[in-house]
Design a protein around this ligand. Structure first.
Ligand code: XBP
Ligand code: MG
Length: 227
């Protein structure tokens, strides 16, 4: 395999974003006076459903046993408000990269590897993180971005990694993926991409079968480990 590109998941991988997503969900629920508050414990369970809109629907169905069509029509607005809160919190400096991410990116650029993103979240959230960390939109650093609402099926389906490969114009064998969650690992493996699993704060109890290697942090990994 001639390694040509690194494909990064965002949430939980580039940064421990889920605590800020959780805060943003709860702020939006307050704005809409829903009387819902998601605890970290509950969020660990809800994260099994990828996609914020899908997660709210799963919560209504599985935890509130609520099949309220009128309320379901409000989900896109609730999620838009959540995204507004998330973008504001991130732009106010709520997040930093996980340890070792920047040095891996620097090494990749020195070795003229291409960088890409394959994430379930929205482009707005990816750009908010990139602006906060690097002071420029994600496309300045990442040659290809594939985001959640661009594909028919979110992770663990392979769609978003297949879209990233298509936009890169590369084969799976030319790339390595980095993921923090079981859903994300399944998605990358479903696209045939060798994957490094780096569990995050909210995915410690996930299974990582099929990962080429599973390490606690990026600082515990070097690209040579996969030769
Ligand atoms: C992340 C997700 C997203 C985020 C919330 O998955 O599933 O839904 O939790 O962001 P991954 P949105 O890290 O595998 O990409 O509310 O924008 O979906
Ligand atoms: Mg993730």
């Amino acid at each position: 395999m001639t390694l040509k590109a690194l494909i990064f998941d965002v949430d939980g991988t580039l940064a421990e974003t889920e605590a800020v997503h959780l805060q943003a969900f709860n702020l939006a629920f307050k704005d809409f006076e829903l009387g819902w508050t998601w605890s970290e414990q509950l969020y660990l369970e809800l994260l099994k459903t990828t996609g914020g809109k899908e997660r709210i629907k799963a919560y209504m169905r599985n935890h509130l046993n609520l099949d309220d069509a009128a309320l379901q029509t409000q989900i896109p607005q609730i999620h838009k408000m959540k995204t507004n809160h998330y973008v504001r919190l991130v732009s106010q400096g709520a997040l930093k990269l996980r340890p070792g991410v920047q040095s891996l990116i620097d090494t990749a650029l020195e070795e003229e590897l291409i960088l890409a993103i394959a994430t379930t979240t929205s482009r707005a959230n990816v750009d908010a993180l990139a602006m906060a960390i690097w002071g420029e939109p994600a496309e300045a650093l990442f040659a290809a971005l594939a985001c959640g609402d661009e594909v028919a099926h979110k992770k663990p389906a392979p769609d978003v990694f297949l879209l990233a490969l298509e936009r890169l114009g590369l084969n799976a064998a030319d790339c390595i993926a980095f993921e923090d969650s079981e859903n994300g690992l399944k998605s990358a493996r479903g696209a045939g991409i060798k994957t490094v699993a780096i569990p995050s704060r909210f995915s410690q109890n996930n299974g990582f079968k099929g990962a080429a290697i599973c390490v606690p942090e990026f600082t515990d990994f070097a690209l040579a480990d996969l030769d």
